[in-house]
Design a protein around this ligand. Structure first.
Ligand SMILES: Cc1ncc(COP(=O)(O)O)c(C=O)c1O
Length: 401
């Protein structure tokens, strides 16, 4: 064997895999695992702290008892697709054909992956807000698309502005992607603001992927479904699911609804890669849509109380934040401490045992902010605020000249 063969081993991972950056996230998770978890309060992970309501679990148990344990139709059980269609019609007044315009997926995450793989050609540009959900750029890059971030500003509550989108359109622009209510900022957009984006999509003949996974978690404002705006149903893939609304993150069930031609393309890829979503999770989801409204109301009332406490508490200790109108995140600025968002996060964990996420994970515009998830018990939120107050005071004193 020549030396050359020994010294030049073949690259084992794909170039495509290299497109996904895990630098910030991996480093943060390593740090988290390196500290003793005793006494740690987590405002880190973005998932409901409630268990799935029991009547929903029972529907899955019932499915198991009845032997509904095999593969299901690839696009999902017809009764679930019908229930999704009814739910969307009653919430937004828009009609989708359960046969051709709805696909049930493994979380809304899979729906997003299918959407990009189904519509993006190499070099196609996808315009999205910055800060944004961590997975957006990775999903776009894995489909060989190019993420084009649009900077948003804390001063206007991190809203995505139509003019800013339009300024970034090139002949390669194919899609606008956003998700409201938003992760990590908790921002919700009004109907009028979304209508301005709809005009841009129409004018430039763009597709839209609207990630509405937090649509049921809004506070004092009514959520506008992007597809319900005039002319948008024909060009929008709407993503939603069961994870956040019904506290079902572990069930891994979501859906995409949209124009039949695009859903057909997504279904084709889905058939060859996932075969079908979980059978019992789908039966649980039918029950969630049928009888879960009260559960949503109960959880939203709780989140709302925590939201008020954390927003007020953070502003009081000098971590300024806008009032989020949706999801369960608040995104305060940490600039007065003189620390970067990563330094803030690391030191807060090591010194006060509170987990928050560095804003830099969510894009360049997230630097200087941290994401706090208030899907945590009220006493934990209150204690986290006490610890953060102590921490911030110390660093603010040092930061002052
Ligand atoms: C904005 C956003 N979209 C999509 C997802 C994925 O949700 P699912 O559990 O439906 O895959 C998340 C999860 O945190 C999210 O925050």
């Amino acid at each position: 064997m020549s030396d050359e063969r020994v010294t030049k081993p073949k690259k084992r991972s794909s170039q495509r895999a290299d497109l996904v950056s895990d630098v910030g996230f991996g480093k943060f998770l390593n740090l988290l695992h390196s500290v003793s978890l005793e006494g740690v309060i987590s405002l880190g992970v973005g998932e409901p702290d409630f268990a799935t309501p029991w009547h929903i679990c029972e529907a899955a148990v019932d499915a198991l008892k009845k032997g509904r344990t095999g593969y299901t139709p690839s696009t999902g059980f017809p009764e679930l697709r019908r229930a999704v269609a009814q739910n969307l019609e009653s919430r937004y007044g828009i009609r989708y054909d359960p046969e051709t315009e709805i696909i049930i997926t493994v979380g809304s995450s899979q729906a997003m992956d299918l959407a990009f793989r189904g519509i993006i050609d190499p070099g196609d540009e996808v315009i999205m807000p910055d800060p944004h959900y961590v997975c957006y750029p990775s999903c776009i890059s894995l489909a060989h698309g190019v993420p084009v971030p649009v900077p948003t500003r804390a001063e206007n509550g991190f809203k995505l502005e139509a003019a800013q989108i339009e300024a970034r359109i090139t002949p390669n622009t194919k899609v606008i992607l956003f998700g409201y209510p938003a992760n990590p900022t908790g921002t919700e957009m009004s109907r009028e603001e979304l209508a301005e984006i709809a005009e841009v999509a129409l004018k430039h003949d763009l597709l839209v992927i609207s990630d509405e996974i937090y649509s049921r978690l809004t506070y004092g404002v009514e959520h506008t479904c992007f597809s319900s705006l005039p002319g948008m149903k024909e060009r929008t893939i709407l993503l939603d699911g069961f994870s956040k609304a019904y506290a079902m993150t572990g069930w891994r069930l979501g859906y995409a609804v949209g124009p039949a031609d695009l859903i057909a393309v997504m279904s084709k890829i889905h058939q060859h890669t996932m075969l079908s979503p979980s059978s019992m999770a789908q039966m649980a989801a039918v029950e969630a849509l049928k009888s879960g409204e009260g559960d949503i109301r109960r959880m939203v009332t709780e989140y709302d109380q925590r939201r008020k406490v954390i927003v007020q508490g953070l502003n009081k200790i000098g971590l300024k934040c806008h009032e989020p109108k949706g999801a369960f995140y608040v995104f305060p600025s940490v600039q007065t401490t003189g620390l970067t968002s990563e330094e803030f996060t690391e030191r807060l964990l090591l010194e006060e045992k509170v987990v928050v996420m560095p804003g830099s994970l969510f894009g360049g515009r997230g630097e200087g902010f941290v994401r706090c998830c208030y899907a945590a018990a009220m006493p934990d939120i209150e204690e986290a605020l006490r610890r953060m107050a102590r921490f911030v005071e110390q660093y603010q004193n040092r930061a002052q000249p």
